[in-house]
Design a protein around this ligand. Structure first.
Ligand code: COA
Length: 313
């Protein structure tokens, strides 16, 4: 039988600098009211110019490794989901390896799937652990959109924030951890959300895609493990916009406390958004052993993905 794979530890890093909607009024023609009513965002964290994505990723990773009660030397593989790497190469994963002192020889690579990157990373890690290649895998979602935003474009500059979230994945007992997964992409929608080198977006197309895809992939991943919407204890969607999250919540028939919302505080942190939300829910004691937790991502590519977990080790 294949190994069951779950989350053994969680860590986050958020820059100290809080930028409110009012702070953005000085840069573009916008208002707190417009941003709140269209996106739900109140504030976001923006990293200093000289802070690298690998710095944020390393901080989150240190906490996750400690939380999992293991040492950096125990990590068997490093995966970093990011679309804002410090350099084209070396990868952020290799930079994290150096910064944490994870031994030479351990494989390290970045995954590029934008806001779905963390989900793509979990599924990748799961397969390596299932075939017993590696016991513990460090997965980090980290992005610094402030470095690729056109700060004169009000369509995009108000939406994003910086941050990093990390998990350690490893074996868990039977009937805990990942029960099912689903990944997908549609390259024909790539033009709707691009960075070349700055971010440009067709907001309405991305909105329509997200509102359609988020409930769809949620129901697909539930069906794959013979569960239904009613079995969900907590849905942690990618945090892009409260209107997208709310539309999915209504479509899936979930009560408000069953869906995680942190976009109001952090903005859209791309690959970091799901682990940041997961950590916030754990901190508030909202996730208990044996509960059914869904992590669902969607974003540029266009890409999407979901994993259904039974929480616990
Ligand atoms: N402040 C004030 N006005 C703004 C603005 C801002 N920050 N950004 C855009 N506007 C204006 C537009 O220019 C437009 O004006 P116009 O009608 O004179 O051209 C008007 O607001 C309405 O724009 P519209 O596109 O209809 O707004 P919307 O209700 O679709 O909301 C988004 C815009 C971007 C919030 C919404 O489309 C969205 O959330 N899309 C998904 C984005 C996303 O999640 N991306 C990441 C996915 S991982």
């Amino acid at each position: 039988m294949v190994n069951s794979v779950g989350i053994l530890g969680v860590g986050t890093y958020l820059p100290d600098n809080i930028v409110t909607n009012d702070d953005l009024k000085g840069k573009v023609n916008t208002s707190d009211d417009w941003i709140r009513s269209r996106t739900g965002i109140r504030e976001r964290r923006i990293a200093p110019k000289d802070m690298l994505v690998s710095d944020m990723a390393s901080e989150a990773a240190r906490i996750a490794i400690k939380d999992a009660n293991i040492l950096p030397q125990d990590i068997g593989m490093i995966l970093v989901a990011t679309v804002t790497p410090d350099h084209s190469f070396p990868s952020v994963a290799c930079m994290v390896q150096e910064s944490l002192g994870i031994p030479s020889g351990v494989p390290a690579m970045d995954i590029s799937a934008a806001c779905s990157g963390f989900i793509y990373g979990i599924v990748t890690a799961m397969h390596f652990i299932q075939v017993d290649t590696h016991q513990y895998i460090l997965l980090i979602g980290a992005d610094k959109f402030s470095s690729i935003i056109d700060w004169t474009d009000r369509n995009t500059s108000v939406l994003f924030g910086d941050g990093a979230g990390a998990v350690v994945l490893g074996r868990v007992r039977h009937n805990r951890g990942i029960l099912s997964f689903d990944l997908g992409a549609d390259g024909t929608g790539g033009k709707h959300l691009m960075a070349d080198p700055l971010v440009s977006m067709n907001g309405r197309e991305v909105f329509k895609f997200a509102v359609r895809q988020l409930p769809l992939v949620t129901e697909t991943v539930l069906a794959k493990c013979s569960l239904t919407n009613q079995d969900i204890d907590l849905l942690i969607p990618h945090q892009a916009n409260t209107r997208i999250i709310e539309a999915a919540r209504v479509r899936l028939g979930l009560s408000e406390e069953k869906i995680s919302v942190t976009v109001d505080r952090y903005g859209n942190t791309s690959a970091a958004s799901i682990p940041l939300s997961l950590a916030a829910e754990i901190e508030q004691g909202k996730i208990k052993d044996d509960e059914i937790i869904l992590l669902v991502g969607f974003g540029a590519g266009l890409t999407w993905g979901a994993v259904c977990l039974r929480w616990g080790i």
